[in-house]
Design a protein around this ligand. Sequence first.
Ligand SMILES: CSC[C@H]1O[C@H](OP(=O)(O)O)[C@H](O)[C@@H]1O
Length: 359
Amino acid sequence: MKIDGVSYRSVWLDSDGWSVNIFDQTKLPWQVEVLRLTTWEQAAHAIRSMQVRGAPLIGAVAAYGVALAMRAEPGRLDEVLETLNETRPTAINLRWALDRQKAALHNLPVEARAAAAYAEAAAIADDDAETCRRIGENGLPLLREIAEKKGRVNVLTHCNAGWLATVDWGTALAPIYMAHDTGLDVKVWVDETRPRNQGAALTAFELGAHGVKHTVIADNAGGHYMQHGEVDIVIVGTDRVTRTGDVANKIGTYLKALAAQDNGVPFWVALPHSTLDMRVRDGIAEIPIEERSGAEVTDMTGRTADGRIETVRVVSAGSQAANPAFDVTPARLVTGLITERGRSAATEQGLLELYPEKA
Ligand SMILES: CSC[C@H]1O[C@H](OP(=O)(O)O)[C@H](O)[C@@H]1O
């Protein structure tokens, strides 16, 4: 995607041919800061601290983290894979990417591992960019159909499932970018997405940079707009989809799905193949939900009127805070899945029709 007219991916190899560049997403939207990663430990920190976040992007950065490790200490492959896999527990893309690196490297002599790891990381990044582009193509007809009927299409999305959550294009936002680029009158209701405000800070930043009409709303306002016919469709991303179509995504997604069902609003989930976890059947019982620091709830960071970036406490002193980072939306609340291979019902049969090799 473009920033000030310049096309970027959200992770890319530096011109030195070995270090890895990312945007520090904890600084957005106030500062566009590129971080150059030179060690695998820095890549692990970037994922853990959410300098990079978003299921597909986490996988791609972890893959490059393995490449950085193999360049410096190729004998430590197993330890590096284990440490990177422990950085965040919910997005299955992390494990998927590390499993790909393990398969590519573990039978190689140590002196051959660095080149192979960089090649595999590049392949993962290229796969994600093309996969997300195709998700856009497969989601676009849903928006076009609404726009042809109503003359406009209002989409609600939760968190950030855009270019900043993937290597390029995004998942939930990819159809929106394509709808905008083909001239449809598309507008996005952007859930702010407490507590880390990925919607207000990242989705709004991306959509603004691309010129897409959008309005940031409080997380609790989405149901109201659905009741008043202001939401034509909900499209969200995901961190893990089970064999039966249960969807793990940013906390609050489940509540949006309930409101969508209550108001007859289609609720679609966009995902690449790397987000599928066919080992799991019951998402609520089996998907590990990341518990993050309560400080993300008690404190907020923003820009003061005179331009300083400050963090302030927004919770009464002495009060505790709980912070589950994800929830699971049961398949029964999901209208359908948008993938790089097409659209399907959120069912085992639907997924196996798209991915027969995963039976
Ligand atoms: C396209 S996956 C984006 C997905 O990841 C986000 O979580 P986080 O920002 O904590 O990494 C959120 O669940 C998004 O839907």
